[in-house]
Design a protein around this ligand. Structure first.
Ligand code: NAI
Length: 217
């Protein structure tokens, strides 16, 4: 890996957004963009954008701005979108099915190949073009396919056990929706805990301020 290993966590958090905006510009046929224009669209300051993009080499040129296609590609490489990581999903309930069907894994560096659930009634049911397998099959599947990413859509109580097992089978990265804050004490394992409810609370925090101000006036 290049310089991207030393980029600060806050810049990394913003990279997917840059990637998405630049992808949209690319689709609109925009070839280049100044940091001022990009900042107006993204509601960030131009200096913030320059600082962020300088972290990995600064792709802009004085007086020219950024070349949309190459910046998009470079950020994509840093994000690993061209990696095609073999991915499995555990827990084929409401959330697991929705994620399997509605997240475009392929454009985000992942290739979803296996879906597992402990409920035998679900075995063989299809989610898109993948047939759900029983969790008894995980070990064999991991030996054959060596997945590196696992999406966890199972109840809180079962999460640590399954995560430990998957680590022992070679999984390196967890996209964890289980509401159990997974912190794995193994070196080299990446965890992204996702709580949609936290995002809603960020919204209610903002709404609380706006509505309270209106009430005071
Ligand atoms: P669900 O009950 O529809 O599905 C859970 C599935 O996991 C079931 O099919 C069950 O058989 C399976 N399962 C349970 N233990 C398992 C194990 N050890 N191995 C494999 N499969 C197992 O529940 P739903 O709505 O899909 O939610 C799943 C979890 O995600 C819940 O714990 C829920 O609280 C959480 N959740 C988290 C969100 C977030 O933002 N992080 C948003 C919505 C739900």
């Amino acid at each position: 890996m290049s310089k991207s290993g030393s980029i600060s966590a806050s810049v990394i958090k913003r990279l997917p957004r840059y990637y998405r905006f630049l992808g949209e510009l690319k689709k609109q046929g925009v070839e280049r963009i100044s940091s001022r224009e990009l900042s107006e669209r993204m509601k960030l300051t131009a200096s913030q954008i320059r600082q962020d993009l300088n972290c990995f080499g600064g792709f802009g040129q004085q007086g020219y701005g950024y070349h949309v296609d190459s910046l998009h590609n470079e950020i994509g490489k840093i994000l690993g979108v061209d990696r095609n990581f073999e991915t499995i999903l555990i827990g084929a309930g409401n959330l697991g099915k929705a994620i399997a069907l509605h997240i475009n894994f392929e454009t985000r560096g992942c290739h979803l190949t296996g879906i597992f659930d402990v409920n035998p009634k679900l075995t063989g049911q299809r989610v898109g073009d993948i047939a759900i397998m029983h969790t008894d099959e995980i070990e064999k599947f991991c030996h054959e396919h060596s997945p590196v990413v696992a999406v966890l859509c199972i109840p809180k109580a079962n999460t640590q056990e399954i995560a430990d097992k998957l680590v022992s089978l070679g999984v390196k990265a967890f996209w964890n929706f289980s509401h159990y804050d997974l912190s794995i004490d193994y070196e080299g394992i990446i965890v992204e805990n996702v709580h949609l409810g936290d995002s809603l609370l960020t919204l209610t925090y903002g709404a609380n301020i706006v509505i309270s101000e209106n009430e005071d006036n």
